[in-house]
Ligand binder design. Structure first.
Ligand code: ZN
Length: 382
């Protein structure tokens, strides 16, 4: 098993989603190379593959407290609904496998659903390849964490019942991960960057730091830098800790045929940086900012659908990408006055006039402030 500890799987361990590489089993199949199968549950995955011809299946037991959170959220429901917009878009709902996983009659659900949760076992994923499987697993873990954090403060009764009153232990473990984060950044490359190689280097460094600080889920998020009338932006589906070969150079002002290769948030990046107020733009999905914005937007909690600010930062609402309700329309006016904004239930957009140091520091400071605000909420609820 150690020999196949390749990049996608070791990423899951590094991100604290797996306690050990031995907690994952996977199957990959293609007509040319045949079947590749690893892990304790290979026979189970082979049985499922007979029922649904998926090119990649992955079954993994996430590190605690994720498994405890899965078990609690699965109590008395058929599906766990992802709340944050990235997970909603990728996963929708996560059906709960109610029967023994060893009887594979539930497996047909994986034809329509990318991921299912199996209490006490973990998460099973179907995808086009192993890399995509690990991204879906990672997104499912993020969806579970956000749902648990939001439910704990908005409707705690069911979680307390499902955990015999021990839901706060799960929360405490999620908070322990956050406490390892620094308050201040070690310096990033200083701008202004006027040539392409320097801008590329700065984006690679900022992307890695976003991931190391845990400010994105599944290493996703997006980054851009304006160079005169050009825009350098992370490619669609790229991992921010692996940006060297995954950047797109397009126009800052006009639609371009390169655009289809760029991040799906390109319309927002273009509209914000075309105002000329900033050169650098970072977008991440910090856990406690997302959780707090969902809690604040909860109709049960407040009649105001989206509060104007959280921890002093303006909150906007909009859909990923362009279009009539696109995030670009909501973000651009706000980011001409502020250098940071929260997209409700989604994440954070930060700008820098010269380089990525200031926006990344601002995102880190906001996430730390939201984490403290969340802890105050818990204390207030007793
Ligand atoms: Zn996003």
């Amino acid at each position: 098993m150690k020999n196949i500890a390749n990049k996608p799987l070791s990423r899951l361990c590094r991100d604290g989603l797996l306690a050990s590489i031995d907690d994952v089993s996977f199957l990959e199949y293609d007509a040319v190379t045949g079947m590749r199968c690893y892990g304790e549950f290979s026979p189970l995955l082979q049985s499922i593959h007979k029922e649904i011809p998926s090119p990649s299946l992955l079954l993994a037991k996430p590190r605690e407290p994720y498994l405890r959170a899965i078990n609690a959220l699965s109590c008395g429901v058929d599906t766990i609904q992802a709340e944050d917009s990235e997970s909603k878009m990728l996963l929708g709902a996560l059906p709960v496998v109610k029967t023994s996983p060893l009887e594979t009659n539930w497996a047909h659900a994986l034809v329509k659903q990318r991921a299912l949760v199996i209490p006490n076992w973990g998460i099973i994923v179907s995808a086009p390849n192993l890399l995509a499987s690990t991204v879906i697993f990672s997104t499912a873990c993020f969806a579970i964490k956000i749902k648990f954090l939001v439910d704990f403060v908005s409707s705690p009764t069911s979680l307390l019942l499902a955990t015999n009153g021990k839901a706060s232990e799960t929360i405490a473990t999620f908070l322990t991960d956050v406490k390892k984060r620094p308050a201040r950044l070690t310096p990033l490359m200083r701008g202004i960057f006027t040539d392409l190689p320097s801008a590329r280097k700065a984006m690679v460094q900022a992307g890695r730091r976003l991931v190391t600080l845990g400010l994105v889920n599944a290493s996703f998020g997006n980054i851009s830098y304006a160079l005169a009338d050009a825009l350098l932006i992370s490619a669609t589906g790229s991992f921010l800790d692996d940006l060297e070969e995954a950047m797109v150079l397009t126009s800052l002002y006009q639609k371009n045929r390169q655009d289809k290769l760029a991040s799906s948030e390109l319309p927002a990046h273009r509209k914000i940086l075309a105002t000329g107020k900033a050169r650098a733009l970072l977008h991440g999905h910090p856990t406690f900012v997302v959780a707090l914005s969902l809690f604040e937007a909860s109709a049960k909690h407040t009649k105001v659908k989206h509060p104007p600010t959280i921890c002093g930062v303006p909150v906007v609402k909009g859909k990923t990408g362009g279009g009539r309700c696109g995030l670009d329309k909501a973000l651009a006016p706000v980011l001409t006055k502020s250098n940071i904004a929260i997209a409700a239930g989604h994440g954070v957009f930060c700008t820098g006039e010269r380089d990525f140091h200031e926006p990344l520091q601002n995102m880190l400071t906001l996430e730390n402030a939201c984490c403290q605000a969340y802890q105050r909420l818990i204390t207030a609820f007793g």
